[in-house]
Write a protein that binds this ligand. Structure first.
Ligand code: ACO
Length: 372
């Protein structure tokens, strides 16, 4: 009998990423995440996840160009956006927009491998445009057109904040995007693969993934972390606040993980970035409060921070609105989701697990007037 929540169940074979939960290591195609965070770029990582090898210079130029020219949204989405900016939360908007994008994709309903690759690149290219446009319309600000000369990360910050970011801050976001790009059979990737396994289209699979990432036990935790820090506000009150949460048997967002039994390797990098961004913007309070939360949670329950914990203060320092933290996560993870969907199509078998029936048996129908 598998564990509850499919714990320890192997749901797919994959050549995309791998985790060693005991040693706290994460690999994309065999490359340690620390080496990639140090040396790679998001564009290169997208190529790696989709082609299962690092690109040559020509290939890197090719994918950077492709992601650069595919950033513009179609008219259908442009017409929808003002209504969504007015009426929906960011993750609901993203879910609806990706679903809507399927209607006007230049490759239509072509599900050939080549068309699916192009659709995947379009999705990766357009997430930042969608997120930035939504934010600026809801704030009555001018929408900023994508700048194809900027990197994926630099352009995201540019469209969102309305000015070209400093190189150091663009690189910080670039590293965050690398760190969030893939993570084996997490809940949203599993959801995407389940949808793909029915041979549903790639936009449907990514819509399912966004819906799954949205929840606070998955991608929604980064927003919850920042809201907790903002609510505490005073470094002197962190310990009491966290202890109160434990006393009330509440979960501390940004801690714990199904697979890692030690520190999440992404948290190690993000802790350093949180310090770097805090010092750069002259506000280290959130980083310092995070360190205290970490200390108390470790002492009280022996839990380690996951990817969402320090990402919160990094994004906050970069000037990203708190309710966009999870969409920014999605803007990176769409690279891994689409790679997994294409891998599923390449060697598909319908994903259809069993359930363990625990209800009554051998019942007989009773007419409605005789039911107690
Ligand atoms: N705060 C307090 N206690 C926790 C936490 C936490 N964050 N995480 C786990 N625990 C405790 C549980 O209460 C449980 O304790 P018990 O055995 O005494 O009842 C034990 O640790 C096991 O926890 P489960 O929830 O069963 O572990 P599971 O593997 O199902 O959940 C999860 C993993 C969902 C990430 C969990 O640790 C959690 O809810 N964390 C907070 C939300 C969060 O940060 N999510 C982001 C995860 S990373 C990502 O998805 C991008």
């Amino acid at each position: 009998m598998p564990g509850r929540g499919l714990e320890d169940v192997v749901a797919a074979q994959t050549a995309i990423s791998d985790i060693d939960g005991r040693l706290g290591r994460l690999f994309y195609v065999g490359y340690d995440i620390h080496e990639l965070a140090e040396n790679s770029t998001f564009e290169e990582t997208v190529w790696l996840l989709h082609h299962l090898k690092l690109p040559t210079q020509d290939e890197l130029d090719q994918i950077a160009d492709q992601l650069g020219v595919e950033r513009d949204l179609d008219d259908f989405v442009l017409r929808l956006m003002p209504t969504m900016a007015e009426q929906t939360s960011p993750m609901s908007m993203l879910r609806t927009t990706v679903s809507a994008m399927s209607a006007h994709d230049p490759d239509g309903w072509d599900q050939s491998p080549d068309a699916n690759y192009r659709k995947a690149m379009r999705l990766v290219a357009r997430f930042p445009t969608v997120i930035a446009m939504y934010d600026r319309i809801r704030k009555n600000l001018d929408v900023i057109k994508p700048n194809p000369k900027l990197s994926h990360a630099g352009n995201l910050l540019y469209m969102l904040l309305g000015h070209e970011p400093e190189e150091e801050m663009a690189r910080v976001l670039d590293i965050c995007l690398i760190l969030h790009a893939d993570h084996t059979m997490n809940a949203s990737t599993f959801a995407a693969r389940v949808a793909a396994s029915t041979l549903s289209d790639i936009h449907s699979a990514i819509t399912a993934a966004i819906a799954t990432l949205k929840g606070p036990l998955h991608g929604g935790a980064n927003e919850a972390v920042m809201n907790m820090l903002l609510k505490i506000d005073d470094p002197g009150k962190v310990e009491a606040h966290v202890k109160k949460l434990f006393a009330e048997k509440k979960k501390i967002m940004g801690f714990g993980h199904r697979v890692y039994k030690t520190e999440d390797p992404r948290a190690t990098v993000l802790r350093k970035l949180a310090k770097q961004v805090g010092e750069h913007v002259g506000e280290t309070k959130w980083y310092e409060m995070s360190l205290t939360v970490e200390e108390v949670v470790k002492a009280e329950k022996g839990l380690y921070p996951n990817v969402d914990f320090f990402a919160a203060s990094v994004y906050y320092g970069l000037g990203i609105p708190v309710d966009l933290f999870t969409p920014i996560f999605a803007a990176s993870r769409v690279s891994g989701w689409t790679a997994h969907v294409r891998e599923q199509y390449d060697d598909n078998r319908l994903i259809r697990p069993e359930s363990d029936y625990i209800g009554p048996r051998n019942q007989h129908y009773i007419s409605i007037d005789q039911r107690g």
